[in-house]
Design a protein around this ligand. Sequence first.
Ligand code: FAD
Ligand code: NAI
Length: 475
Amino acid sequence: MSKQFDVVVIGGGPGGYIAAIRAAQLGFNVACIDEWKNAAGGPAPGGTCTNVGCIPSKALLQSSEHFNHANHHFAEHGIEVKGVSMDVAKMLARKNNVVKQNNEGILYLLKKNKVAFFHGRGSFVKAGDAGYEIQVAGAADEVITGKQIIIATGSNARALAGAPFDEVNILSNDGALNIGAVPKKLGLIGSGVIGLEMGSVWKRLGAEVTILEGLPVFLGAVDEGVAKEALKAFTKQGLKIELGVKVGEIKNSKKGVSVAYTNAKGEAQSLDVDKLIISIGRVPNTIGLNAEAVGLALDERGAIVVDADCKTNLPGVWAVGDVVRGPMLAHKAEEEGVAVAERIAGQHGHVNFNTIPWVIYTSPEIAWVGRNEQQLKADGVAYKAGQFPFLANGRARALGDTTGFVKFLADATTDEILGVHIVGPQASELISEAVVAMEFKASAEDIARICHAHPSLSEATKEAALAVDKRTLNF
Ligand code: FAD
Ligand code: NAI
């Protein structure tokens, strides 16, 4: 007889492993299946996020930022460094070690919470009387049964027609995180989150970087004022970003990659690079799940169809994270995982989509929560805006990083905060205050009246809140 579980989670990324832990905390007998392999063929749970996403990208952003500081900013502090060089192999080894520590941390957490971990691919066999039968194909082939199934199989990089990833010259996020030597010329297609983060890494290390973007606007989903400020900063750093292009034929040879495209004026151009990263979005992953066997419904994009509670069309089958609708973010996947485990336990797990923060870990960092000015205008909402520049913040001056600003958008009548948009130092950390404020339906005045430590970047947040009422103290 197959092993029986209350809950079987397929996928051990941030959506899956967190769902498994929460379900175990709630007293269920839980299994988590994940197929990711480390270099030695062993288990490497944590999904895209841990292995080829959030964690390794931030490790490389940190290393390249240090290199950039040593080369360009230490001198301002009177620190003289000579002969700075980059050992790319060492940087990648450090990044791999950071990933390994996270993989091991997740295995430890699963064990601590008594979640049975299965290393292999999980696929539906059939719905039986005791629940859904799931085949695990991996080190040990076996069938396990779960009364409730949580699918968290994530997403894969979207390829460009005619330019398959070879991970040597034409790279997905995977290859982009493993370039063995700084390329002289690096091209990227897509100036979204990956394009900007990966473009920044290799630019800081010395590559000549060109990003080709199909849309005529830069970072269309971001507040226009923030996007404008960020574009100015990136251009100053030497990132070449061409908007409104139409990419044509891509030729991949031993010498490198040649991209034919038309620019925004409709002129034929070509870009010759040593490496090309394709970062044009990601597609939900249901490969190998054998969804057909049980009639699991997918939409036209290949995402698993779910309702607001992450219920699929099948009783007792749930899906969370990148494989379903909504933003492809690790923390969104985690929140859904927790909410589903709690719903299975009869609780009222909830994910507030209005307060999911976004962060782009470039320099300056970009972070936001809630609606931006374009959206408020489109929605016909009367709002007040308050903005405060880091240039007028003492801590930012001491840090030597005064790019950007904090912007508050509040309801014109009630003063409720509708959105907060930050471009500048530590935006990733500063945005948390705004998320908390919006969760508690705070007004801009609430933030303006709260004592913020001096000197700190968070004072720019307080001042931006004061600016909503046109009463900044330091600007
Ligand atoms: P995944 O993390 O993709 O995990 C799915 C897991 O399921 C994988 O381990 C996969 O091997 C496994 N799996 C799939 N099918 C099966 C099967 N049939 N059987 C067994 N196992 C299976 N998000 C952020 O919030 N912040 C960031 O800074 C950030 N940076 C990113 C940087 C890059 C370069 C990329 C590519 C993404 C980044 N993301 C970031 C997005 C983030 O990685 C995803 O949103 C997140 O990983 C989604 O989690 P998930 O659990 O839904 O899926
Ligand atoms: P993205 O959706 O952020 O950006 C893709 C960009 O490519 C868009 O600007 C789009 O207009 C452009 N594009 C699409 N097709 C094109 C074409 N044929 N030619 C030229 N341009 C084209 O997707 P990206 O950067 O691949 O990242 C995928 C997802 O991973 C992100 O949306 C995000 O959810 C997640 N991620 C999150 C990070 C974070 O939270 N810091 C970091 C990296 C990724």
